[in-house]
Ligand binder design. Sequence first.
Ligand SMILES: [Zn+2]
Length: 323
Amino acid sequence: MLTIVMYHYVRDLAGSRYPRIKGRSVETFECQLDYIAANYRVCSQADVVDAVQGKRRLPDRACVLTFDDGIRDHFDEVFPRLKQRGWTGAFFPPAHPIENRRVLDVHKLHFVLAVCKDADKLARRALNLVADHRNSHDIPADNELMARFTSESRFDPPSVIFIKRLLQHGLPPAVRTAVTHELFARIVTRDESSFADELYVSLEQLREMQADGMEIGGHGDRHEWLEHMSSQEQDVEIDRTLAFLDRVYGRRKADWAMCYPYGSYNAQTLQLLRTKSCAIGLTTRVGVNLALSNPLELMRLDTNDLPCPDSLHLLRHPNSKQP
Ligand SMILES: [Zn+2]
């Protein structure tokens, strides 16, 4: 049985400039690490690859810790804590934002949502911006967009889901990027480059982490929904992902791992990954892996699926510069 846990933001939430960002506080992260230490055997990605290839078996209650999106928290908060415990974590940074210091649209949206307290108002604001693009793009009417993209989810209210789905894949790419950019500029900051510096790890930090035992895997170049791309576009995206891993490792990485952005992939993705020697693929489908027969479609648990003490009272550090 293999449990893979997925983390994104891990930070001193209460002391950061954006305490409402959806993430794990450092205190509860530590508690979860204690829980994992007591209940699981932490394994590396390489252990899983060995098990997939039949070289050796995973221990009972094997657990792999994964960290998506190249968030700076992973270097500042996660890396030292894993190292202290003698554990290896698997980190999945997207290439383009790390190397070009641009903020991914999905992260712009996270911070817009973290700043804005009224999701209904934000949805109306987004639709007003969408209206500016109706002359140049074929976009359904507001009520049709709302009917199409509003739904329930495990973690968000319907209006937040509407905004996320509208701006993640509900509009033509140029429109959703323009609308997201405008909301981010108006609500969060117009200095995207400085924000990216605070938000993401650097290539040097990734090199330091991997030299110190951490594993770095692929999470796309521009963090795209692979299932919405043509096979040719996916091929380019995956090749750029691999070229980035080459720059992290300083060599071609054998038996690499791909973590699908948004958990999005299709049969063409799997075929391409097989031809490019990808050993394991991580999805966002929720579950524990009882077998390794589909190594390119491994399930994960969200950090919220693990027990998490809610009785911790977090200290406030108003001078923190963390985004
Ligand atoms: Zn991601």
